[in-house]
Design a protein around this ligand. Structure first.
Ligand code: ADP
Ligand code: MG
Length: 739
């Protein structure tokens, strides 16, 4: 059944070579108690390991069932160790983080016995070795004798044909030794027991065959097999495989014994996950905010094309540096509009151009524009009742607009008032976000009596155009400060149609009164620079509706893009019109939201890059750390690896034990990461709310949570893969010899 044939094994250490086994030939019977006797270092353990298939000879052959094992595969060796051999070691070699019961179950579950069956059989053998009451204890809660009983139970659990015991009583006192040997003898009546000892008294007392070993050679065999007496019995080989559940139980138990370290690892491993979670939650939330912001912004700040274009860049470049911005004073100062005039560029909005825009709106614009507004010319004059030398008190036109083609829309007139004297204010949020009332009250409209109220607009230095001040009745020659108090209540008449002094009837004209003074807000993003009277859109609508006969052709166009990307497309198309045109024929638009676009994009890009870098680094670091932890774990558990291999665990099963541990750590890291992210999102949202007035921006979706936990599990698995493989490749003999 089992035969060693001319087995030799030599260990070479440097220049020194040690003959551990030297041409050993011996055959064993199916049922006998053999002791191998010899002094320490004579090769007993090596021989036992060769018989048990843990170690392999350099020369010679182990014959199992009359078959050479020279060509045995790894799998066949695993099967042999698991089904045919039961190992009992001198130092018990119990797995310390498994209970007594689980230690015994381990070998059974490796041979594919179901969990319930394994438990039943393990309890049975533990009962036989007298440990029924101790099955839930840990190995370190047992005495030496009890531990060895567990080892015996483990060796017996699979009902192997061969029991190999390497000095099983070596670490026990003599009384316990006798109990243990009695137990082995009793339990292994019908088995082949090969027991190694250096105690000759014990060898002869228990064995029915004593083989003496010296310097790796057999020097005596008390009961050798004669060739005629072959019994023809065979060993039975079955496949082994550790159930995933067993690997998981082993991992969970092992993790439990070093909970602190595992939690720390999981926490460190979670840092990368936290990084990604925060990026996802932020970009998710910011994306929505940006979309909201885009549509809000673009609905307020269209691409506008009007007859005169203000060059905002030039204005920004020429800001007067020694003036105080946003002064806290209740008076205005004077601003010479001749400077302003140089910032104006005329646009020639021809029918051709209007057609060009209308074609776009009807075609491609369907996808890029959310709206279009055409501003029309109106026949009207703004009048002020004042004293004119030589004529007396009368209404003087200070601003005139006409619908006639080819006529100057903004006549210079007596006061040299330019077009921006009378301007449509933006609506809704755009207005409240960018302007503040610094004096007076909000306008109230009385549509029935056509009594309208308007704002007077000053720039960020509280300046008003010289011509405007003169229209308001101030002496611009001798005065330098113009009190807001004196401006409130100033009244104008709005006369529809063309005004002729003396002949025109002013009694039906609308009344326009200044009710308050506004200025652009500090930090407002958009330079909607204008100066003079600002009237609300509702007043304009009323005029358009009530006096349709006075409304003429298109004066200005406002295009409202859907989002920032569409805006670029719209601008591209408008730019196309100017290609190959002479400067005078070019039509330039004003992109009022241009400044915001670049600012928002920049901030978000920076945040994303920083966060992504942070997350990438921490993911790499945590992966390396898990690899190191697994490596340490492999080193710490070398002995366990040897024991598992002796029990018949495949290489695969060993890596599975470590891999499943990493899966648990990865899962824990993922869960910890999500929890910490949730906690971090609270202050992050508060900070963003304070800084940007956007509540609850960062949000984690369930999809992200699942994905992140899966990523964490996957990374931990990948990181621990190589150390786990190293573990599986360990030589079981060397593993068992390590302390
Ligand atoms: P025993 O069990 O009889 O005390 P061993 O079988 O353990 O003896 O060892 C036999 C000889 O082989 C000893 O001299 C030991 O030092 C040597 N030996 C065993 N294993 C190794 C090894 N892995 N490397 C080098 N020498 C070894
Ligand atoms: Mg030994």
């Amino acid at each position: 059944m089992l035969k060693l044939q001319n087995i030799s094994k030599t260990y070479v250490i440097g220049e020194f070579s040690q003959n551990a086994l030297d041409d050993i030939s011996v055959e064993f019977r199916k049922a006998e108690f053999v002791t191998v006797l010899g002094p320490s270092g004579c090769g007993k353990t090596t021989m036992l390991n060769v018989v048990g298939g843990l170690d392999h000879a350099d020369k010679g052959d182990l014959i199992i069932n009359d078959k050479s094992t020279k060509n045995f595969t790894d799998q066949e060796w695993d099967m042999y160790r698991n089904n045919s051999i039961g190992f009992i070691f001198q130092s018990h070699n119990l797995i310390s983080h498994l209970s007594v019961l689980q230690n015994v179950e381990m070998g059974l579950s490796l041979s594919g016995v179901s969990q319930t069956e394994a438990k039943k059989r393990a309890i049975e053998v533990l009962d036989r070795v007298g440990l029924k009451d101790h099955i839930h204890k840990r190995p370190n809660q047992l005495s030496g004798g009890q531990s060895q009983r567990v080892a015996i139970a483990r060796a017996l659990a699979n009902n192997p044909d061969v029991i190999l015991a390497d000095e099983p009583t070596g670490s026990l006192d003599s009384e316990t030794s006798i109990q243990i040997l009695d137990l082995i003898k009793e339990i292994a009546k019908d088995k082949l027991v090969i027991m190694v000892t250096h105690d000759s008294e014990m060898a002869y007392k228990y064995a029915n065959r004593v083989i003496k070993l010296k310097d790796g050679r057999i020097i005596d065999d008390s009961n050798p097999i004669s060739k005629e007496l072959k019994d023809g019995s065979r060993l039975d080989l079955k496949k082994t495989a550790m159930s995933f559940k067993m690997a998981l139980i082993s991992s969970i138990n092992n993790i439990r014994t070093k909970l602190g370290r595992t939690l720390l690892t999981a926490f460190a491993g979670s840092i990368g996950i936290i990084g990604i979670a925060l990026i996802l939650s932020l970009s998710n939330g910011l994306d929505k905010e940006i979309q909201k912001f885009e549509s809000e912004t673009l609905s307020g700040y269209p691409i506008s094309i009007s007859e005169s274009r203000i060059d905002f860049e030039k204005i920004r470049e020429s800001t007067e540096e020694n003036l105080e911005e946003f002064p806290d004073q209740e008076y205005a100062t004077m601003y010479d509009e001749n400077r302003f005039q140089s910032f104006l560029t005329p646009n020639n909005i021809t029918d051709d151009y209007i057609q060009y825009v209308e074609d776009y709106v009807a075609g491609e614009g369907q996808l890029t524009l959310s709206g279009v507004k055409y501003q029309r010319k109106v026949n009207m004059a703004l009048l002020k009742y004042m004293t004119v030398p030589g004529i007396g008190d009368t209404y003087i036109p200070i601003y005139q607009e006409t619908i006639e083609e080819n006529e100057d829309t903004n006549p210079g007139d007596v006061f040299g008032v330019n077009f921006s004297f009378f301007t449509l204010l933006p609506e809704g949020d755009v207005f409240t976000n960018n302007y503040e009332l610094i004096y007076g009250t909000e306008p109230v409209q009385d549509f029935e009596n056509e009594n309208f109220q308007v704002y007077l607009v000053v720039n960020e230095y509280n300046q008003i155009f010289k011509s405007t001040l003169r229209v308001l009745g101030f002496d611009t020659e001798s005065q330098t400060q113009f009190n807001f108090e004196d401006m409130i209540g100033i009244e104008f008449k709005l006369f529809m149609g063309e005004y002729y002094p003396i002949t025109s009837d002013v009694s039906d004209a609308m009344t326009i009164t200044i009710s308050g003074i506004i200025r652009s807000k500090e930090g407002s993003n958009v330079s909607l620079l204008f100066n003079g009277l600002g009237y609300p859109a509702e007043v304009a609508s009323h005029i358009y509706e009530t006096y349709p006969d006075e409304v003429g052709g298109i004066d200005a166009i406002s295009l409202y893009p859907i989002d920032f990307e569409s805006k670029d497309l719209v601008k591209e198309h408008l730019d196309l019109y100017n290609v190959d045109k002479a400067d005078a024929d070019k039509v330039e638009y004003v992109d009022q939201a241009a400044t915001i676009t670049s600012m928002v994009g920049g901030v978000i890009d920076t945040i994303s890059i920083v966060l992504i870098a942070f997350a990438a680094i921490s993911l790499v670091v945590s992966s390396i750390m898990i690899a190191i932890i697994t490596y340490i774990s492999v080193i710490e558990r070398t002995k366990e690896i040897g024991v598992l291999r002796a029990l018949g665990a495949r290489k695969k099963d060993i890596s599975r034990v470590f891999n499943s541990e990493n899966l648990i750590i990865g899962f824990a890291a993922g869960v910890v990461g999500i929890i910490v992210s949730y906690l971090l999102i609270i202050p992050i949202n508060l900070i963003i709310e304070n800084l940007a007035d956007m509540p609850n921006v960062a949000k984690l979706s369930p999809l992200h949570i699942t994905a992140l936990i899966l990523i964490s599990v996957f990374l931990a698995y990948v990181a621990g893969f190589i150390p786990a493989r190293m573990a599986s490749k360990k030589d079981p003999v060397i593993a068992l010899r390590t302390e």
